[in-house]
Ligand binder design. Structure first.
Ligand code: NAD
Length: 352
């Protein structure tokens, strides 16, 4: 039985990955997470108490704490998701992103290498370090084309620049130390258990409550969307069969403008909760985000061809299921949302 150390496993994608690994594989999962504002232990309720699952609270920037978790659990692989992940926050406070995403990844790679070197010779080559990253590291596309494994890096925000730096660290650890790193660059995720500062849950909950729906600029920015459970399945495939020292672009083949996404949410909620119908009228255009990339798209040919992965659901089905999940799981999001609106969590959302 393999042991997988997941960092950031109490966040949106990490919790989906932990649930997936427990449900769909026979791995042991060790979740190492600092429990920042973005974490919600409630997302792990379905696997809490499972004998193959363990949680350790700790900081990836803390070399001693990271060394202790490697020593105690002796993992065969790491899937690294712990990060500061919200672009707006990176504009308001960039240094936290440099510390967690760059320094934290460096500490983790260093400790993973020390751990790998202590493994028996026959286990060393099989050790894997999957570094989970974003398509935002590639900057903005024009009206056609798509990001792929060879696309040049050109990040625009402090968030994407910090992720770009960490991708380079992961690649360098392969070339310099032979650590079995694999970088994944995925498009925007959506689905259950996403912190309500991100576009889709923010819009669902504002629309539900009849609040304004703040849309940056003209709303014409294009993003590719992937359901989080499809991303978790892709990461599990990369962990199982990905080629060390390489990267995989992961996407949902579902490009939509932000405004189209917001309209789809309004229309679905109008159908499900007709009492507040006419929600498109809540859209309120606000000043564009500085450095806002215009278009992202992913060419996911490699992971489809080499690892046989493709998304299991369409964007429309996934979005409808996500809206239904937020309607049914008020207890998950209500406490987070209350504190956002008290201004404890994010000043930028005060206008929402
Ligand atoms: P998230 O903000 O929901 O979760 C991040 C998790 O990391 C939280 O549980 C938090 O407590 C933990 N964390 C933060 N700092 C830490 C530290 N110093 N030590 C230990 N744990 C720490 O993020 P997410 O949306 O789930 O994204 C996970 C990863 O996937 C990130 O690396 C992100 O860059 C990447 N990614 C996200 C998306 C997306 O659309 N959300 C798309 C592609 C890639």
């Amino acid at each position: 039985m393999k042991t997988v150390l997941v960092t950031g496993g109490a966040g949106f994608i990490g919790s989906s990955l932990c649930r997936h690994l427990i449900a769909a594989t026979d791995c042991r999962v060790v979740n190492f997470d600092l429990l920042t504002y973005a974490a919600n232990p409630a997302s792990l309720a379905p696997i809490e108490g499972d004998p193959r699952y363990a949680f350790v609270r700790g900081d990836i920037r803390d070399a001693e704490a990271v060394a202790a978790v490697f020593e105690r659990y002796r993992p065969d692989a790491v899937v690294h998701l712990a990060a500061e992940s919200h672009v707006d926050r990176s504009i308001a406070g960039p240094l936290a992103f440099v510390e967690t995403n760059v320094l934290g990844t460096g500490v983790l790679l260093d400790q993973a290498t020390r751990h790998r070197d202590r493994l028996p010779a026959e286990a060393r080559d099989g050790f894997r370090f999957v570094h989970v990253s974003t398509d935002e590291v590639f900057g903005s596309l024009g009206s056609d084309g798509a990001f792929h494994e060879e696309t040049r890096y050109d990040p625009s925000s402090p968030y994407s620049a910090s992720k770009a730096a960490s991708d380079h660290l992961a690649a360098a650890w392969w070339r310099t130390y032979g650590l079995g790193t694999i970088v994944t660059n995925c498009s925007n995720n959506y689905g259950p258990c996403q912190f309500p500062e991100k576009l889709i849950p923010l819009m669902i909950l504002n629309a539900l409550e009849g609040r304004p729906l703040p849309v940056y600029g003209d709303g014409g920015q294009v993003r590719d969307w992937l359901h989080v459970e499809d991303h978790a399945a892709a990461l599990a495939r990369v962990l199982e069969a990905g080629e060390p020292g390489s990267r995989y672009a992961i996407g949902g083949n579902a490009e939509r403008t932000n405004l189209a996404v917001v309209h789809a949410i309004c229309d679905t909620l109008d159908r499900l909760r007709p009492d507040g119908a006419g929600r498109r009228g809540l859209v309120s255009f606000v000043a564009d985000r500085p450095g806002h990339d215009r278009r992202y798209a992913i060419d996911a040919t490699r992971i489809g061809r080499d690892l046989g992965w493709r998304p299991a659901r369409s964007f429309e089905d996934g979005l409808a299921a996500t809206i239904a999940w937020y309607l049914d799981n008020r207890a998950w999001w209500e406490p987070l949302r209350r504190s956002v609106y008290k201004g404890e969590r994010l000043g930028l959302l005060a206008a929402a």
